[in-house]
Design a protein around this ligand. Structure first.
Ligand SMILES: [Zn+2]
Length: 403
């Protein structure tokens, strides 16, 4: 393909090995950033409730110097780190208003508790930004030199550093620009993929990627840990212990899922040069537009399907992050992922194009017109491939690459 990218932006995540004193310092920065975030949230909330004034990033950022006068401890924190806190808040608000505009009813931005606000970011690497990378050492201004465990080499130019506290310790995620891509050999093959109702995904070739079984096991463990938290007295020693166990379980589930996404994405990118999938629109996630003629295309109209809807939304969250990983991997490998607008990919017959309406419970596509019998998701994947392929033919006339 002509649009080969020579370099990409990529994040490298490393374990940090802080001394106990450095750990306390990191904890303090995190604590103060969270306080600032919550104070900023409160200001926006009050200004709106009391006087219908909407406070923006510039207004809040301009207050930082006076905050430092009243709370001198904030002078110990890099100014750009503080700016980034307000940026995060701003992003949360923008996302909130966007969803309101789209006709949804999102929850109001939330105050962040000790277990929810777990990272802070140096938006610039270098002396001025307060974070300097020096081989295996990350120097943070006013915190000190912290060794990194460099289990894989860093490539490109470091741009930002995010320090996060996870259940088992501290991590540094270094986002680098101009990371050279590593193209994989072209195979001359393309496919469509669709999210399965029972399986993780189905390709147009009929290949199935199952949901890994260990997920369910780990998720069960997580639920158990969550119940333990809710049984104990909030704030008690035993409660905190249960919270810690819960966080560890959650981290495990998250890691397993990400690992599974990476492996699945790599296998697809190795096998195909172009992968087509359906474009995601915010509202499609909970209610996909694969409507039946009676208009009941959703999941929520009886008890059984409500459950399906909940499982579906959890599944959708995973599908969303998988797509991001797949797209990044494809670009990195010199391959392509193309999203096509969702249409009647489930309903239409991939053999003859006839629209064959089917409810969610119908697992198999049976075409009365041409007699094609195919798994429902595979039929959709074939339609996605065909749609993507024909769009390519339209937008890229023959000979476009010759010049
Ligand atoms: Zn047909």
């Amino acid at each position: 393909m002509s649009e080969m990218v020579a370099s990409v932006r990529k994040t490298f995540k490393y374990t940090l090995n802080p001394t106990p004193a450095q750990e306390r310092a990191l904890e303090t920065v995190l604590w103060r950033c969270r306080d600032l975030y919550n104070a900023g949230l409160e200001e926006r909330k009050l200004a709106w409730e009391k006087c219908r004034v909407s406070v923006n990033f510039a207004m809040q950022s301009a207050q930082l110097p006076s905050i430092k006068e009243v709370r001198p401890e904030y002078r110990d924190i890099n100014a750009q780190v503080l700016q980034d806190v307000l940026h995060r808040l701003d992003k949360t608000y923008q996302a909130f208003f966007q969803r309101v505009k789209a006709g949804e009813t999102p929850g109001y931005p939330r105050f962040q508790g000790r277990n929810r606000y777990t990272s802070f970011t140096y938006p610039q690497v270098g002396e001025h930004g307060g974070a300097v990378l020096d081989g295996g050492i990350l120097s943070l201004s006013k915190i000190g030199r912290i060794p990194l465990r460099l289990h894989r080499p860093l490539h490109g130019t470091p741009k930002t550093v995010t320090i996060s506290k996870e259940a088992d310790g501290w991590y540094a995620s270094i986002s680098c620009a101009e990371v050279p891509t590593e193209p994989l050999p072209l195979t001359g093959k393309e496919t469509g993929i669709d999210v399965g109702l029972k399986v993780f995904l189905v390709t147009a070739d009929g290949d199935i990627v199952e949901n890994p079984r260990h997920h369910r096991k780990a998720e069960k463990g997580l639920k158990k840990a969550q119940r333990r938290v809710s049984r104990r007295k909030k704030g008690s020693k035993r409660w905190w212990k249960a919270v810690g166990q819960c966080a560890k379980k959650y981290q495990k589930v998250k890691r397993q899922r990400t690992d599974f996404h990476h492996k699945t994405a790599l296998a697809l990118v190795r096998q195909y040069d172009t992968i087509y999938l359906e474009d995601l629109q915010v509202r499609n996630l909970s209610r996909r537009p694969k409507a039946r003629p009676d208009g009941n295309g959703g999941y929520e109209h009886n008890g059984a399907s409500r459950k399906a809807g909940l499982n579906k939304s959890i599944h959708d969250a995973g599908w969303r992050s998988f797509r991001i990983i797949l797209t990044c991997k494809a670009v990195y490998a010199g391959k392509r992922v193309e999203a096509i607008p969702p249409a009647f990919t489930t309903q239409d017959c991939s053999g003859c194009g006839e629209r064959v309406y089917k409810s969610l419970s119908v697992r198999t596509h049976v075409c009365p017109s041409c007699g094609l019998i195919l798994d429902r998701d595979e039929n959709a994947a074939v339609n996605i491939l065909r749609e993507g392929h024909s769009r390519q033919a339209l937008t890229q006339p023959v000979g476009a690459y010759v010049a």
